[in-house]
Design a protein around this ligand. Structure first.
Ligand SMILES: Nc1ncnc2c1ncn2[C@@H]1O[C@H](COP(=O)(O)OP(=O)(O)OP(=O)(O)O)[C@@H](O)[C@H]1O
Ligand SMILES: [Mg+2]
Length: 286
């Protein structure tokens, strides 16, 4: 099963929503607004997109991992003009669509009967103008591909992000039929401007308490026998306590630790303690 991040032996379908998240997702869907998730590393932000896509039967989400070099244009489409030129010089048949592919944002806006889910991952890493520009494109629900506009009387089958599928584009304009479901995540590296925040539904992943961590462990590591499971409670409590003391810890660190101390031949005593310590080191220290 596809995974976006993390290394815990869990499946995204096991995702346990924290209180309030379902209401935020529903509000975002009804109002057709992006859901902006903030929260600690490993609090499950990216997994929310997978979970929503699965719950609603919308297929695999599109993934746009944002960096400081990300541009809106690249996320819409990439056109390799140089590649096309070389191919022409080599006497190859001139096929424009061989050198054109929609990016994750472009694919989310491509006409399709069912809405797509787009994960805009780590939007806080972007250049300062990108969030506002992104919302403008989403609100228009369409964009132009200049190289296709030059042949505006023609129809092209343009490749979508991440696979062999294509969509039919006429007049050089890509226009969405169904508004995509947008989940944007942020680790809070920088603030977003109020006009951007106003147009999103915001949700902050809460710090987990032992009861919530227990639910995640039960869902993700189903099949633990009751005696083994009981031995995990201490780990859950100390993990939640460390988060409360503002240590930076990710849920998948806990899942990894629980997994290793509950397998067939679990370590004991000092060895177990050392393993737990190794796997649940504070992420804010080197
Ligand atoms: N509530 C939850 N239910 C089930 N699994 C969870 C939950 N929260 C986190 N996890 C698991 O923890 C791992 C990390 O989650 P994820 O990558 O979504 O976190 P993140 O907030 O996006 O982290 P980062 O900020 O580092 O990108 C995943 O394997 C995910 O399945
Ligand atoms: Mg993430």
């Amino acid at each position: 099963m596809a995974r976006l991040a993390g290394s815990a032996p869990v499946q995204p379908l096991d995702f346990q929503p924290p209180d309030g998240l379902v209401e935020a997702v529903n509000a975002a869907l009804s109002l057709r607004r992006p859901l902006l998730l903030t929260g600690a590393p490993g609090s499950g932000k990216s997994t929310v997109a997978l979970s929503v896509a699965r719950e609603l039967g919308l297929g695999e989400p599109l993934w746009w991992p944002v960096t400081s070099r990300s541009t809106l244009e690249d996320a819409l489409f990439r056109y390799d003009a140089l590649g096309r030129l070389y191919a022409k010089q080599l006497g190859e048949r001139d096929e424009l669509t061989r050198f054109l592919r929609l990016g994750p944002l472009g694919t989310a806006l491509a006409p399709s009967k069912i809405p797509k889910v787009l994960l805009v991952d780590e939007l806080d890493k972007s250049d300062v103008d990108l969030p506002g520009d992104l919302l403008n494109v989403l609100e228009r629900g369409e964009f132009e591909i200049d190289v296709l506009k030059r042949h505006s009387e023609d129809t092209f089958d343009v490749r979508l992000d991440g696979g062999p599928d294509t969509c039919r584009i006429s007049g050089g304009v890509v226009r969405c039929q169904e508004f995509p479901v947008i989940v944007a995540t942020s680790n809070g590296d920088r603030e977003f401007p109020p006009p951007f925040l106003r147009r999103c539904i915001r949700f902050t992943m809460p710090d987990p308490d032992p009861e919530f961590l227990g639910r995640i462990v039960d869902a993700c590591l189903a099949g633990l026998d009751p005696a083994t499971r009981a031995g995990v409670d201490e780990l859950l409590t100390s993990f939640a306590e460390r988060i409360r003391r503002r240590e930076t810890l990710a849920t998948d660190q806990l899942l990894n630790a629980v997994y290793l101390v509950t397998r067939d031949m679990p370590p004991e005593g000092e060895q177990r303690r050392r393993l737990e310590e190794l796997l649940t080191r504070d992420l804010s220290t080197t």
